[in-house]
Design a binder for this molecule. Sequence first.
Ligand SMILES: [Zn+2]
Length: 246
Amino acid sequence: MSTKISCEMAADLLPLYLEDSCSEDSRAALEEHLKNCPSCRAKLERMRSTLPGDLSVENPAPDLSAYAKKVRGHRLRITALALVSVLVLSLLGGILFLTVQRMMQQSSPTVYEVEPGTINLTEGAFRANAEDIGQYVFYTNFQQIKVEVQGSGGDQGTVYLYNTENPDSFIQVLHINKGKWDGTFTGLSAQWRYRITCEGLDGAVITVSEGRATGFFENMKAVLAEIMEMFGGKWDDVQVIHYRRD
Ligand SMILES: [Zn+2]
């Protein structure tokens, strides 16, 4: 049963009616009123046409899509930024992890068994007089052998490195002089055994080691150099050490 309503009440109901959110009774009453009231009917038509019309006048369609594009672009930028951040953080995390792992590995490297009579430098540094050092055979699992000279009588000397498989020819020479009392033989292999002799260093004590670095930045540099090498790059300053993994 419908109730009669005034134009004022109809005006109140019109927005709800347009939104389709007025009650069944209100709708019936309004529709009844509209049938008999041309001015409210006209108002309804006006409202119907101005609702979307206002939008299309003040915010024409191209602007809306431009705005949507802007919003999408903004969202895309935020997503890209988040992705890049995640990538950068993962990369940094990975480098940090590898650095710490390498530091631990360097301070307590895996010691491989070598035949008796060979000095395994992975176990630690070895020390002997310059005159006696030639008696010993060395093994390195670090692709390098570092030689440090202490208390030399003379101003300079030479250290030779031989491969025991081919003792007739030395493979590397280190010139030791007052400014530089240590040096490193590089590019060595765990497959071979090495012998070291000194010239002009009588009276000095020679410390032979793998020359592993345990500091954070040295290891981070090594990790970065390994990563660069993986991608075909090369960091001239840093020697990449390949471990024997058998
Ligand atoms: Zn009316």
